[in-house]
Write a protein that binds this ligand. Structure first.
Ligand code: G6P
Length: 612
């Protein structure tokens, strides 16, 4: 959802900003732009990616040691050169970059037009810079004070950076709902949407809070004030992120790297959290609140996208293993449908980025009703991690590919662990089964590694079905949400229309779509419903559909029926999504690559959705 980076220090700002934008491009890539101050404000911007921006830069104009850059995911106004950021004030003295949405921009725009302002773009952001200009010029205020006063009139979400060409030693930033991080290096300072453009230079950061405005002076003085003009007392934090984690490490795409990292990342998600041999499992954030969980009348999981699919699997886990009534809610629906929430409820919010606007709003709603909120988040220090009452990080490292893979399996690892702990603590599973589940969970990394050795076979299947326009994904029980996730992966990166369905529901509609051109991917590993899945496959074959089946090793029955099979190792059913999703990730990846799609940056999508 738009990436922001700004720099002031002794070095050339432009290369640092461009490199930072490339790291932030996962947030949006509809257009890009930079402003560098050097005896004037030099602004370049265009539709397209950061690489397109580099082509239009006039090198002699981007020398300078203070500047900012933006990569956009369009909200107001089409992705084109004019709507690209930075936006300038009417007198061209000020420039702004913005991530978020100014909800009352239309009212503000009308009022400013009456005062003689004219606008060149369709964006809400341009309105904001004109508002700052108006206040500043009318009242002759410093930039930071004009920005603060302007923001008191704004309704909406923002992370902004504002520059003044006549003040080449100052950067002003502010945030509300959208993230903004201040990096404190050796005589150099940064503002960015996340720490990825900063880590190369410093590990000291301050995460700005909502409605805070920061003024950074070239000499290193900085001040953070609230929108009410009170001086804030921020805490400098140390970030634990290294630059290698942000590189592709020899893989063609981040998505492929992240799929292949899973044996490691799943292990990281459980490190120090269980020992099957010694028969214990614990999650720090849960331990302190175990009674809340044990006494919960209900668990409500809320999330968006792939995280929502992980939440759906958790519904099966919590009800099956811990016998706690569980519901799953799209955060965007939950927040607006006046849900019944009681203080006895435990709300679990899942988010890879920790910044998703709808998930954050759902958390705040549940909080206001007195519920206990547990976060399962990847991005350390993110807004959701800071807003929840307690939680567990999934520790899978930065996920850069827009289509989520390793975060999904790490979310599942933590959720599975939670359900096992609760099942045992509530006396709903035996000591023997508890130990067996822990032991099988410990074996997941090596089993995933085994599945990854089948990449060539999966690539071959991809080559056979890559020209399809539609695909159906079927699964039952624990593997129904995996079918949804498999279909989502295919849609996201290859633009093939795909639907996930509970296998038995197929006959109530989707069966009408099946013909000799329709690939039907069936997750057929469930021991409990094996015969029923066999019947579902027969129904597909009777209509000449192309069956790609993910089966348990040694399943000759389905192998004899399906057009293609991918065998995965046996594991207890509650743990099976951790394995069955992996071949589906690879299948989508190879199909997308074969179709020439931009796997890491699929069209119209963004990794972190900080607008509703
Ligand atoms: C976006 C991403 C998805 C992600 C979803 C939720 O739509 O493209 O990959 O699953 O947001 O994101 P979160 O960071 O909250 O897990």
């Amino acid at each position: 959802m738009c990436g922001i980076v700004a720099y002031v220090g002794p070095k050339e700002a432009y290369p640092i900003i461009i490199e930072g934008l490339k790291r932030l491009e996962y947030r949006g890539y509809d257009s890009a732009g930079v402003s560098i101050i050097n005896g004037g404000m030099h602004t370049f911007k265009c539709k397209g990616k950061v690489l397109d921006l580099e082509k239009i830069i006039e090198q002699d104009k981007v020398h300078g040691t203070l500047g900012m850059g933006h990569t956009r995911w369009a909200t107001h106004g089409a992705p084109n050169d004019i709507n690209a950021h930075p936006h300038l004030s009417g007198d061209s003295n000020l420039a702004i970059i913005h991530n978020g949405i100014i909800e009352n921009y239309s009212t503000l725009r009308t009022a400013l037009e009456k005062l003689g302002h004219t606008f060149v773009s369709e964006t809400d952001t341009e309105v904001l810079i004109h508002l700052i200009e108006e206040i500043r010029n009318t009242e002759d205020l410093p930039l930071e004070e004009a920005t603060r006063r302007a923001l008191t009139k704004v309704v909406g979400a923002y992370a902004i950076v504002v520059l003044d060409k006549n003040d080449p030693n100052k950067i002003v930033g502010a945030k509300n709902s959208s993230p903004l991080v201040f990096g404190l290096g050796e005589k150099e300072f940064f503002l960015a949407s996340d720490a990825s453009p900063i880590v190369k230079f410093t590990d000291k950061v301050i995460y700005l809070e909502d409605e805070e405005i920061i003024t950074i002076h070239r000499d290193g003085d900085y001040e953070i004030r609230t929108i009410e003009n009170e001086v804030a007392d921020p805490e400098i934090k140390q970030i634990d992120l290294n630059i290698e984690e942000l590189e592709k490490g020899g893989y063609e795409h981040f998505m492929l790297k992240e799929i292949y990292q899973q044996p490691l990342t799943i292990a990281e998600s459980m490190r120090g959290r269980l020992s099957a041999d010694e028969g214990w499992a614990k999650l720090g954030g849960m331990e302190q609140h175990l009674n809340r969980f044990k006494q919960a009348k209900r668990i409500v999981l809320t999330a968006c996208g792939t995280s929502w699919h992980a939440a759906m699997i958790a519904e099966y886990l919590f009800e099956d293993l811990a016998r706690i009534p569980t519901e799953v809610e799209y955060a965007s629906e939950f927040r607006y449908r006046n849900p019944i929430i009681s203080p006895d409820d435990v709300i679990i919010a899942l988010s890879q980025s920790g910044e998703t606007a709808d998930t954050l709003a759902a958390i705040n709603l549940a909080k206001s009703k007195g519920a206990f909120i547990y976060g399962i988040v990847n991005n350390v220090g993110s807004t959701i991690a800071r807003t929840t009452d307690s939680g567990s990080y999934i520790h899978c490292g930065p996920e850069i590919g827009v289509a989520s893979t390793k975060a999904f399996t790490s979310q599942l690892t933590v959720l599975t662990l939670m359900a096992i702990i609760l099942g045992y603590e509530k006396g709903k599973i035996s000591e023997g089964y508890y130990r067996q589940l822990l032991s099988e969970l410990e074996s997941v990394p090596s089993l995933v590694a085994k599945i990854l050795t089948k990449a060539d076979q999966i690539k071959y299947i991809a080559s056979e079905i890559r020209n399809t326009s539609n695909a159906l994904y079927l699964g039952r029980g624990y593997n129904f949400p995996v079918a949804l996730e498999g279909a989502l992966k295919l849609k996201e990166i290859s633009y093939i229309h795909a639907e996930g369905y509970p296998a038995a529901e197929m006959k109530h509609g989707p069966i009408a779509l099946i013909d000799m051109y329709m690939p039907v991917v069936v997750i057929a590993t469930n021991k409990s419903a094996h015969e029923k899945i066999v019947s579902n496959i027969q129904e597909v074959k009777a209509r000449k559909g192309i069956v790609v089946a993910v089966v348990t090793e040694g399943d000759h029955i389905i192998k004899g029926m399906a057009d293609f099979t991918i065998e995965i190792p046996y594991i207890e059913e509650p743990l099976s999504p951790l394995l069955s999703v992996v071949p589906l990730q690879l299948l989508s990846y190879y199909i997308a690559v074969m179709r020439g799609c931009h796997v890491d940056q699929p069209r119209n999508l963004a990794k972190s959705v900080t607008v509703e």
